[in-house]
Design a protein around this ligand. Structure first.
Ligand code: FAD
Length: 412
């Protein structure tokens, strides 16, 4: 078994790389990232990471974050002020395109840290909170998780019952969270809790906290998934004391702040996922020498999926173009349609590959961390694709949004 200490000797780079110095010339910037990835990423990183034990996951993810940091790309979408490279949006897009094209590992353990936490703190954090917490992310020391969902509050998140009661300089928190991704590795949690049970609307009495996961009273219990992995966990809080200075924004304003946290899922994060899977589509079919490609029926099915994939990709690109032009005026409906198309497409395509490739594709293998939904291990990807129609709001809820807010149909 691979451990953290014998992690991935990186390929020896023959020269140093400095993509940031190429800003101003998109082609040169793209080429520099391409050359750097080819030089630094071991060709067999997937095989190596497949042997990584769960306890060592943070170590290998950190190795890759550190390689990215050496060329200024640890946090490509962050402003300079907070340790990012301050890239124009079009260059951020190139970075994530090239990460996908070059098959760089996805920093899954750091997803909340790299995307959701800054989206929250940049807009709503105090100076003190930004100074204290953002550096730990850029340096890879801190993993963050998101404690929103509860057993009785997923789709109906505003019904959450975890309570936070003010007691002197602290809040005392009691309750349970569930499906909290990477929480078993986390140092901090973005926590929603109810500070006022008597609010006019259920959205009103919710507050937003930074919870130190090492606080007494926090218990994390990983959930074993159908793929054999544990990507998320239950988090139990028994009389956990959170200092009042860890409140983000005003007490009772947690629901509004949570919208900033979730907005990150509608930009570069979904773009990165679609680009990676689009690349996997090409490798699966066009560039592979699969025997099933000789079957006209299967080839036709593949072509249909490929076209659907391109349509989703175009929708995501249109959304990014709108975000680039004016984030405040970007379509509110496009993310809903992307989500409605994307999840079911991956489920149908995953089923197709398992069917087309026959018995070989039906065996279980240990998952490969850092490969997201495009491990290209057929059975794992097929099973995992079902999370897409649940995470970030289930597709049934998306359909409710379409019917009520877009088509103005009566509420059920
Ligand atoms: C891969 C993955 C990662 C996740 N990571 C996190 C995380 O890091 N942090 C976090 O807080 N949460 C996380 N979640 C949880 C996710 O946000 C919830 O699973 C999701 O919001 C759905 O909630 P639920 O599971 O409680 O389902 P429920 O809300 O109980 O829904 C169960 C079923 O009923 C349907 N349903 C519910 N209400 C309605 C309605 N009004 N109309 C029609 N149908 C309805 C749903 O569509 C669903 O099919 C993650 C989930 C997944 C799959």
């Amino acid at each position: 078994m691979m451990t953290q200490t014998d992690t991935l000797a990186p390929a020896i780079a023959e020269r140093s790389f400095d993509p940031i110095s190429k800003v101003g010339d998109e082609q040169a910037f793209r080429q520099e990232i391409r050359d750097w990835l080819a030089a630094v990423l071991p060709a067999d990183w997937r095989q190596q990471w497949q042997k990584v034990r769960e306890a060592d996951l943070k170590g290998v993810m950190n190795w890759w974050l550190n390689e990215r940091r050496k060329v200024g790309l640890a946090t490509p979408h962050w402003p300079k002020e907070w340790g990012g490279p301050g890239l124009p949006f079009s260059y951020q897009i190139i970075v994530y395109e090239e990460f996908a094209r070059g098959d760089a590992p996805e920093l899954e353990t750091f997803t909340i840290s790299l995307f959701h936490t800054p989206a929250t703190l940049f807009e709503h954090g105090t100076q003190d909170q930004k100074d204290r917490y953002l550096g730990g992310i850029t340096h890879g020391t801190d993993v963050w998780c998101q404690g929103f969902s509860e057993p009785g509050a997923g789709s109906d998140l505003a019904s959450l019952r975890t309570s936070a009661v003010r007691d002197g300089d602290d809040y005392v928190v009691n309750g349970q969270k569930i499906w909290s991704s990477a929480s078993m590795h986390a140092d901090y949690c973005l926590l929603l809790a109810r500070t006022d049970p008597n609010g006019k609307r259920k959205h009103d009495g919710i507050s937003y906290f930074i919870m130190d996961m090492k606080s007494p009273g926090v218990t994390v219990r990983p959930i074993r998934q159908i793929t054999g992995e544990s990507e998320f966990a239950e988090v139990f809080m028994d009389d956990v004391r959170i200092p009042a200075k860890n409140l983000i924004g005003a007490e009772g304003n947690g629901w509004n702040i949570a919208q900033s946290t979730l907005s990150t899922e509608r930009g570069l994060l979904i773009f990165s996922a679609t680009e990676r899977i689009a690349r996997a589509f090409e490798l699966d079919g066009i560039e592979a020498k699969n025997t099933w490609m000789r079957d006209v029926g299967l080839r036709r099915e593949y072509a249909g999926f490929y076209a659907e994939m391109q349509a989703v990709r175009l929708m995501v690109k249109r959304l990014l173009a709108e975000l680039e032009a004016n984030p405040d005026k970007a379509s509110a409906t496009l993310p809903t349609f992307i989500k409605l198309n994307w999840g079911p497409l991956l489920q149908r395509y995953g089923e197709f590959l398992v069917r087309a490739e026959g018995i070989e594709a039906q065996k279980w293998e240990p998952a490969i961390p850092g490969t997201g939904h495009s491990s290209r291990m057929r059975f794992n990807d097929f099973l995992k694709s079902y999370g897409w129609t649940i995470a970030g709001g289930s597709n049934e809820i998306m359909r409710n949004i379409v019917s009520e807010r877009i088509l103005n149909l009566p509420r059920g």
